[in-house]
Structures are given as C-alpha cells and as structure tokens.
Design a protein around this ligand. Structure first.
Ligand SMILES: Nc1ncnc2c1ncn2[C@@H]1O[C@H](COP(=O)(O)OP(=O)(O)O)[C@@H](O)[C@H]1O
Ligand SMILES: [Mg+2]
Length: 197
C-alpha cells in the first residue's frame, strides 16, 4: 500500500501541558476515524494535520490538497447565501453542485436561515467543492439526524482519503484508531456493534 498520509511521533503541548505525546499512524486511501474521549486531543491532532497548528515535535505528511471541516460550522461560513458560500456563480463547479444536491441544500437559501445541522452540511459542501485529496472532519455527525449522517457518509465516499475525528468508532470506516493518553493505541478494522456511530 502506498501510504500518502503519515504521522510520526507527533507531540504537542499547550503551554506546559502535553496533549499529544508521540502519536503515530499511516494511512492510504479510504475512510478512517480517530476516536477517543473528550479532551483526548482529537481536534488538536486534526488541526496539526491540516496545518492550523504546528507540532512541537514529530513529522506530518499529508497531501497538499487537504481540507478541514471544523466542529463548529460557524467558524468557516461567512457569506450570505449558500450559492456564494460554495463559490457557485462565476465559478460554477460540478463538484460544488453535486455536493449541494447530495446534502439537499438549495443554493438560493440565505445562510442565516439554515439550522446548525444544515450549516454543518454546508461546511462539508465547501470542503467537497475543492475536491481535496484528504478531507479531515471534526465531529462530523454532531447535530445530524439520520438523513444528515447518511448524506455525509455517502458524499465522503467520493473523497480519496478521509479522516473523521469522533467520539466513537465509525461503522463505515475501514480503519478506526483510538487516541488515548496522547498516543494512537490501536487500529481496529471494524467497530464493535455496540460502539457504532
Ligand atoms: N487553546 C488551548 N489552550 C489550552 N488548552 C487547550 C486548548 N485547546 C485545547 N486544549 C486542551 O487540550 C486537550 C485536548 O483538546 P482537544 O484537542 O480539543 O480534544 P478533543 O478534540 O479530543 O476533545 C483538552 O484537555 C483541552 O482542554
Ligand atoms: Mg474536539
């Protein structure tokens, strides 16, 4: 397997407190999840992979076209309408249109009228519109009903590599890795039934 994504002995501290203490994993194509308890460092790891935070030590290798979907969509939506947000109009891309259709979002909608779950799906559309090689999503299923979860899961299959940062293992992920005490402590191919998201 050609591993396009690798995290080698990554460390990160906020002030004096070490959150990541030698996290390592390698991934190729497909959907993977990094799961763990609140505060275990999932968001920190995701931001390091997306280049938003710089690791204290260690090496990060990700594709140049990596996009990050924040846990809170309000951190990345700024335009008035759905159409403007995904860059439709002057630059109309097939990927953006397909993403909006799959997420059942009308491009004419005013962003201010969208529910939190719809805003999160719109943030996904923006990421999908850029046709990334790697998409990292923080708590992708928060505030999503069954339809929303299924729509996101289906749309993600079009992305070469995906890393989901979640509380629990993800049933449709090919690989689930647990982040615990600053390290990746295991990868299980299939989540246990009782743990499925
Ligand atoms: N900006 C920050 N300054 C100081 N501590 C932080 C900051 N962001 C997160 N932390 C702490 O780092 C730990 C890991 O946070 P985070 O990566 O958000 O975990 P998770 O996403 O798994 O819940 C937590 O204990 C959190 O309180
Ligand atoms: Mg988090």
């Amino acid at each position: 397997m050609n591993y396009e994504i690798s995290i080698d002995d990554v460390r990160f501290s906020y002030d004096d407190r070490e959150v990541l203490s030698g996290a390592s994993f390698r991934l190729g194509r497909g959907i993977a999840a990094v799961y763990g308890d609140n505060g275990c460092g999932k968001t920190t790891l995701g931001k390091i992979m997306a280049g938003i935070l710089k690791p204290t030590a260690g090496a990060v290798r990700v594709p140049s076209s990596t996009t990050y979907v924040f846990q809170n969509p309000n951190h990345q939506l700024f335009e008035e309408t759905v159409r403007e947000e995904v860059g439709l109009g002057a630059v109309s891309t097939a990927a953006a249109k397909r993403a909006l259709e799959s997420m059942l979002l009308d491009p004419r909608r005013d962003c201010a009228t969208l529910s939190y779950g719809e805003r999160k799906r719109l943030a996904f559309c923006c990421a999908l519109a850029s046709e990334p090689a790697l998409l990292i999503a923080d708590e992708p299923f928060a505030s999503q009903d069954l339809f929303g979860r299924q729509a996101i899961a289906k749309a993600l299959r079009r992305v070469p590599s995906v890393i989901l940062l979640t509380h629990n293992p993800v049933s449709f992920a090919a690989k689930n890795m647990r982040l615990h005490r600053g390290k990746i402590i295991g990868g299980c191919g299939i989540a246990r039934k009782s743990e499925r998201t």
